[in-house]
Design a protein around this ligand. Structure first.
Ligand code: UDP
Length: 323
């Protein structure tokens, strides 16, 4: 299959492209390179453009005539979304609307959407299942929820077949070291912890007064290769006529910020300098998911589920870049 991959030059998108290429598919990357990296778009043709630019999307669809779409293009930093909400609504929501307009006119094509556990907000209980109410507490979460809503509406109005994959915290990197996580500026925990381990700035812990066993936030970390694999499974599922819907991608185990730091010290064999900071606005105390639906319906089985292997892969990537 030929698959249009928006955001294919970004972190999760580039790993999905690699997985597609390894499975004999052709990813066509559509990316404006505002945060993605040209050299990460190496598994198929690259088309530069904005998702909001419906005419350009339409042109690319006509040129490549893909069989399906995977939509990753989005900003994904919770703190930034709180500080600059309109950036998120413009890029993530308006961008998705432009893309979806072009896709429904052209297709409608099977559509796999990169969603997030941030759509749940502060959970009533963990682990969180897909039927948990979605009440985001930050603009990033809302921006993704709005797109899920668009998909549900377009499913009804235009028979758009869709899957929303709500991932918990994407972590790790391609074990081959070919591609990896590279945000600029970096805001995510694991890469910042590893930078600190290499002698960079100390990692600042955002809050030690949460109602969790060690006072720091708990997240469920999922390896980016496992996430990429789930996208392929979702695609096959839709092509086989599976019903549209949402699936969590989670390892069903939570790790606190302090546990992540301890794991990094173990994996890297180095001390990680730490600074205690205030809570970051928009952070729920604990997010842990259940992925029973993805396991049962998509046959998804994460293979790199431990924190140590995720950190080890991220560490290999980081060191290969800055030798
Ligand atoms: N975090 C932190 N210091 C940092 C970056 C993140 O303490 O410099 C915490 C953050 O508050 C959250 C967890 O690490 O509880 C994961 O944050 P990240 O930004 O990686 O992902 P998010 O959960 O926001 O999607």
């Amino acid at each position: 299959m030929k698959v249009l991959v928006t955001g294919g030059a970004g972190f999760v998108g580039s790993h999905a492209c690699k997985a597609l290429a390894l499975s004999g598919h052709e990813p066509v990357v559509y990316d404006n390179l505002s945060r993605g990296h040209r050299d990460a778009a190496r598994f198929g043709p690259l088309e530069i453009g904005d998702t909001a630019d419906k005419t350009r999307v339409r042109e690319v669809l006509e040129r490549h005539r893909p069989d399906a779409v995977m939509h990753f293009a989005a900003f994904a930093a919770v703190g930034e979304s709180v500080e600059n909400p309109l950036l998120y609504y413009r890029n993530n929501v308006t961008g998705s609307a432009g893309l979806l307009e072009a896709v429904t006119e052209f297709g409608p094509l099977p559509f796999v959407f990169s969603s997030t556990c941030a759509t749940y907000g502060v959970p009533d209980q963990v682990p969180i299942g897909e039927d948990h109410p979605q009440r985001p507490i930050n603009p990033y979460g809302f921006s993704k929820l709005f797109v899920e809503r668009m998909l549900a509406d377009l499913g009804a109005s235009h028979r758009l077949p869709w899957v929303a994959l709500r991932y918990f915290n994407a972590a790790g990197s391609d074990p081959d070291g070919e591609i990896g996580e590279r945000h600029d500026p970096e805001t995510h925990l694991i890469p910042l912890v590893l930078e600190a381990a290499r002698g960079g700035a100390p990692i600042q812990i955002f809050g030690t007064d949460y109602d969790t066993p060690d006072g720091t936030c708990i997240r469920d970390y999922v390896h980016v290769m496992d996430i990429a694999d789930a996208h392929l499974r979702a695609l096959d599922y839709l092509i086989a006529g599976g019903a549209s819907g949402a699936f969590n991608l989670a390892n069903e185990r939570g790790h606190s910020v302090k546990e992540v730091i301890a794991a990094a010290e173990r994996v890297c064999g180095r001390t990680v300098p730490v600074k205690i900071g205030a809570r970051r606005a928009g952070d729920p105390p604990a997010l842990v998911g259940t992925a029973a639906r993805a396991r049962a319906v998509l046959g998804w089985t994460p293979t790199r589920s431990g924190l140590d292997v995720q950190i080890a892969d991220a560490w290999t990537w980081l060191r290969s870049r800055n030798r």
